[in-house]
Design a protein around this ligand. Structure first.
Ligand SMILES: Nc1ncnc2c1ncn2[C@@H]1O[C@H](COP(=O)(O)OP(=O)(O)O)[C@@H](O)[C@H]1O
Ligand SMILES: N[C@@H](CCC(=O)OP(=O)(O)O)C(=O)O
Length: 371
C-alpha cells in the first residue's frame, strides 16, 4: 500500500470540554489513532486547534472569550497545555513532536513560506511529528485564520500532502444543519464543493468550535485546488484514522485520487502571493501565456498599473480587464515603463541590465486554466 503524507486536523470540540479544559481522554484517543497511521508507514502532520478552548477555564472565563485580548491570553495558556499533553502521550509511542505556530504572513511572504517548508521537511525526514496551530497569541485580528480549517488546507499544500483529514464532532457533511433538521441527508462522497453545498453548511454547533461546516467546506475547496483528497468526519478508537485510509471512515470523502497538483512555486503564486501591481497585456501575449506556455515579453504589454520592484508579484489581465494569471517580474515598474510595447531586440538595446522576459514562464501561474 502507498505510504501517504496526511494532514490530520483536530477541532477544539474534539479535544476540550465546554468549560474550557483540555480533555486528556479525547487527546489520548487521537494520539493512539495517529500512532496507528504512523505504524503503517504514513507520514502525519497534525494541525491541532484547542489552544483557546483548553486555556480559558484556567483564566477564570466562564465561556470562550469573545474579545481578542481574552482569546490571545487563553491561547497562550492553552497552547502550552496542549503541547505538554501531546508530547507526553506521543512519547509513550516513541514519537517525538515539534511545534510550529504559523500566521497568514508566513504564507504570503515567499521566503517565510520556503522557510516553513524547509522546517517541516526536516522534521518529517527525522521522523518528528509536526504539531501546528495558528500563532493565536500574537496575530493581529484582521489577519487571523480564525479557525484552523483553512490553515490545515494551506499546510496540506505547503507540505505537498496527499490527504487532509478534518476531524470534528459531526460524522460528515449533511445537506442542512443536522441539529436543526433531523431529516438532513448525509453526503458520503463528493467530487467538488458546489455553491449549493456551501448554502447548506452552517456555523458551529458547539460552545468551543468556530467556523462550523462552512469553513470546513471552504477549506476543502482550497485543499482540492491544491491536489489533496479530503475527509470530514469523526470516529473513535485507535483505528479511526486507518479506517479513513481504508475507505471505512465515518464521514464524508471529497475528491479523487491522482488529482492535478501545482508545482510548489506555482502553488505559492496562485494561493498565497499578494500582487503589488497589474499588467494589461494584448491578445498575442495572452495566447503566448495561456496556450503556448511562453514567457511574457515587453512587446505584449499595453499598460502598467502600480509601483513595484524587480521580484515583485503582479497580476496579469487581458484588455477587457479579466484576470489571466500571476507572475514574478524581472524588472521594476520604472524599468518596464521604458521598454513596454518594444520588441525584445529594441528592449535589449535600451538597457543591457535587465532580462528579456518581463515574467519568465517558470515564475508564472495561469489562473484561467485552474478553473
Ligand atoms: N450541513 C452541516 N452538516 C454537518 N454539520 C454542520 C452543518 N452545518 C453546520 N454544522 C455544524 O458544524 C459543526 C462542526 O464545526 P465546528 O463546531 O467548527 O467544529 P470544530 O471545532 O471541530 O472545527 C458541527 O458540530 C455541526 O453542528
Ligand atoms: N487556533 C485556535 C483555533 C480556533 C478554533 O476554534 O478552531 P476550530 O475548533 O478548528 O474551529 C485555537 O487553537 O484555539
Amino acid at each position: 500500500m502507498k505510504k501517504e503524507r496526511i494532514v490530520v486536523k483536530i477541532g477544539s470540540s474534539s479535544l476540550t470540554t465546554p468549560n474550557g479544559r483540555l480533555s486528556g481522554e479525547k487527546l489520548k484517543e487521537h494520539v493512539s489513532a495517529i500512532a496507528g497511521l504512523r505504524e503503517r508507514g504514513h507520514q502525519v502532520i497534525l494541525v491541532s486547534s484547542g489552544a483557546v478552548a483548553a486555556g480559558f477555564g484556567q483564566l477564570g472565563y466562564p465561556s470562550r472569550p469573545v474579545k481578542l485580548a481574552g482569546k490571545q491570553a487563553a491561547a497562550a495558556v492553552g497552547q502550552g497545555l496542549l503541547m505538554e499533553a501531546y508530547t507526553k502521550e506521543f512519547h509513550a509511542y516513541g514519537i517525538p513532536t515539534g511545534q510550529l505556530l504559523l500566521t497568514r504572513d508566513n504564507f504570503s511572504n515567499r521566503p517565510q513560506y520556503q522557510n516553513a517548508y524547509n522546517t517541516l521537511s526536516e522534521l518529517l525526514q527525522r521522523q518528528v511529528l509536526p504539531i501546528i496551530n495558528e500563532n493565536d497569541s500574537i496575530v493581529v485580528d484582521e489577519l487571523t485564520f480564525g479557525d484552523n480549517d483553512m490553515l490545515s488546507a494551506l499546510v496540506g499544500g505547503l507540505c505537498q500532502a496527499d490527504d487532509l483529514f478534518i476531524l470534528t464532532d459531526v460524522d460528515g457533511l449533511y445537506d442542512s444543519h443536522p441539529k436543526d433538521n433531523p431529516d438532513a441527508k448525509k453526503y458520503h462522497f463528493l467530487s467538488e464543493i458546489t455553491d449549493e453545498l456551501l448554502i447548506g453548511a452552517g456555523g458551529s454547533g458547539s460552545l468551543v468550535g468556530t467556523g462550523g461546516m462552512k469553513s470546513k467546506l471552504l477549506a476543502a475547496q482550497t485543499a482540492l485546488q491544491l491536489g489533496l483528497r479530503i475527509f470530514i468526519g469523526t470516529g473513535s478508537g485507535p483505528r479511526k484514522l486507518t479506517d479513513i485510509i481504508d475507505g471505512k471512515g465515518n464521514g464524508t470523502y471529497i475528491g479523487y485520487p491522482g488529482q492535478f497538483t501545482l508545482k510548489s512555486k506555482q502553488q505559492w503564486l496562485a494561493m498565497h502571493s499578494l500582487p503589488s501591481g497589474e499588467l494589461v497585456v494584448d491578445g498575442g501575449a495572452k495566447r503566448a501565456l495561456l496556450q503556448n506556455g511562453r514567457s511574457l515579453l515587453p512587446a505584449g504589454i499595453k499598460l502598467i498599473k502600480g509601483t513595484f520592484s524587480s521580484g515583485s508579484v503582479v497580476q496579469v489581465v487581458d484588455e477587457k480587464g479579466s484576470l489571466i494569471g500571476k507572475g514574478q517580474v524581472n524588472m521594476s515598474s520604472a524599468e518596464l515603463a521604458d521598454i513596454k510595447g518594444k520588441s525584445s531586440t529594441e528592449a535589449a538595446a535600451y538597457t543591457k541590465t535587465i532580462k528579456a522576459e518581463v515574467i519568465h514562464r517558470d515564475d508564472w501561474v495561469a489562473m484561467k486554466e485552474m478553473k
